[in-house]
Design a protein around this ligand. Structure first.
Ligand code: CMP
Length: 140
């Protein structure tokens, strides 16, 4: 199978605790390459647009408030089966259910402050990568 790319976000709970490098080390150890990365402060409009798929969910407003509460690091990870591999490295959405050794098991504070976001399919990865990065920003 060809190389795949996926969108990752290191969330405000993790940047606040200075965990960007520790989380990136997990990605690299799993064979994922950081081919683009930018530290930004999301606006409320940007966070609402990025998570628009969840806008009817009861946690949507809290999720948006959390995602604008501090800096995030948006990044493109590249590798074989990058979408699935990244989801394995992240662990379950709720850290209480995440497997040992995963990012969320080791670092997440709660289901909301769960340290990382990763695209859930190749189709969404393409959409989410394009949300934050132009083609020229990605250096494989
Ligand atoms: P993420 O992969 O960024 O996608 C949506 C986010 O909503 C999810 O991770 C969680 O951090 C957050 N969230 C908060 N509450 C819930 C919930 N009850 N179920 C699923 N996701 C939740």
């Amino acid at each position: 199978m060809a190389l795949e790319r996926t969108l990752s976000i290191i969330k405000p709970d993790a940047t606040r605790r200075n965990l960007t490098g520790a989380i990136n080390a997990k990605f690299e150890a799993a064979g994922l390459r950081l081919v683009a990365q930018r530290r930004i402060r999301l606006t409320t409009a940007q966070a609402e647009a990025f998570y628009a798929v969840h806008k009817e969910r009861p946690f949507f407003r809290d999720l948006v408030t959390f995602m604008v509460s501090g800096p995030v690091v948006v990044q493109v990870l590249e590798g074989e089966h990058a979408v699935a591999r990244n989801r394995e490295v992240m662990g379950a959405t709720n850290p209480a259910n995440a497997a040992p050794g995963t990012i969320r098991k080791e670092f997440a504070e709660s289901i909301e402050a769960n340290s990382v976001h990763g695209s859930d399919s190749a189709e969404n990865a393409a959409i989410e990568v394009a949300f934050f990065f132009a083609g020229l920003d990605i250096v494989g």
